[in-house]
Design a binder for this molecule. Structure first.
Ligand code: G3P
Ligand code: CA
Length: 329
């Protein structure tokens, strides 16, 4: 008997050693789920929490009085923001760095401008007039109110090395962010993501326990990383000088998560990233057939404007679904 038990434990030990570690799949609501609700608002985040997601994805800007607000653009967008008279702001928009929080709060971002290409792209987004731009602190408060102890936030520093005048510099941005996370005691609930890897380098140095998410776009309209030349976005960690591939550059930069545009990834690059110990979380995937294909490729998470569809596809793949925590905005 003792011999059989010893052989069995040897087999089990071998199996444990050869199986790759289990990865929990990450269902992320992009901007809270912008195909369904006004993006990056308490309305969309409460919708996502009420449905059940693993992660709220959101974008950050900074006001003139140093408040972190949640917004994809570094300005009040002409496609989203209406003043108290109901007029959408004129192009090119009003930069947050020129506005106080009190000024930002006078605008309504609850309804896409009718006739815009954004409106055509998201015809099912529910209009919720009277919705303000939230601060990041207000999103933390919503998460607390929901009672969800698991949901995480994938928070993106919106900063552009080619347009330094439209945001604080990386140093200031990260200083403000880490101070807020410290004050709100939310550092253990967030991942910091960026196309501008300079901010991620500062997060590594100052708050090494916070996971960093290296965003990349190679084939899309605004590439931030190239295989054959350096980029101002990569803080010096270019594939051309760091191993020849994007996953190797992310690894060299110290990243834990590689977050590529979904049509940049292949089975080979997903495998390479995993071999390097990176997780792969793709954006922004809205068609069920693409979600299913990417899950089959082995990605560790999907960021989607349709978290409802993503939940359904994940369910059919046998992935455990995150619980719903209904909460009002
Ligand atoms: O998190 C990835 C995705 O949000 C990056 O693209 O432009 O929607 O912020 P964008
Ligand atoms: Ca984003």
């Amino acid at each position: 008997m003792a011999t059989i038990a010893r052989s069995l434990s040897a087999v089990l030990l071998l199996m444990t050693a050869t199986l790759s570690p289990a990865r929990a799949f990450d269902i992320e609501a992009h901007r809270g789920g912008r195909a369904l609700f006004p993006e990056n608002t308490l309305v969309s985040f409460s919708g996502a929490l009420s449905m059940g997601v693993d992660t709220l994805e959101l974008d950050m800007g900074v006001t003139r009085d140093d408040v972190i607000v949640v917004s994809h653009e570094r300005w009040l967008s002409p496609d989203l923001a209406r003043d108290r008279q109901g007029q959408y702001v004129a192009p090119p928009g009003l930069p947050y760095v020129d506005l106080t929080l009190a000024q930002v709060k006078t605008y309504d971002v609850g309804q896409i401008r009718p006739g815009s290409s954004y409106a055509a792209n998201f015809p099912d987004q529910k209009a919720v007039p009277g919705t303000p731009v939230p601060t990041l602190a207000e999103v933390f408060d919503l998460v607390r109110r929901s009672g969800n102890p698991h949901v995480r936030l994938n928070i993106e520093t919106k900063i552009d090395p080619d347009h330094p005048e439209t945001s604080p510099d990386p140093e200031r941005f990260v200083t403000l962010l880490l101070a807020l996370l410290d004050k709100e005691k939310f550092a253990d609930r967030v991942m910091v993501q960026s196309f501008d890897w300079r901010t991620l380098q500062l997060v590594h140095q100052r708050a090494p326990s916070i996971p960093t998410v290296y965003l990349t776009m190679q084939a899309g309209p605004n590439p931030n990383v190239f295989l054959d030349r350096p980029s101002p976005w990569t803080a010096g960690f270019d594939p051309v000088t760091h191993g020849g591939t994007v996953p190797k550059a992310v690894k060299a930069a110290g990243g834990q998560i590689w977050s590529p545009l979904y049509y940049d990834v292949t089975a080979d690059t997903v495998r390479e990233a995993h071999d390097l110990g990176l997780e792969v979380v793709v954006w922004t995937v809205n068609k069920p057939e693409d979600m299913a294909r990417l899950i089959d490729l082995g990605v560790d998470g999907v960021i989607s404007d349709r978290p409802d569809l993503l939940r359904e596809v994940a369910r059919t793949k046998g992935i455990a679904l995150p619980a719903a925590y209904p909460v009002s905005p």
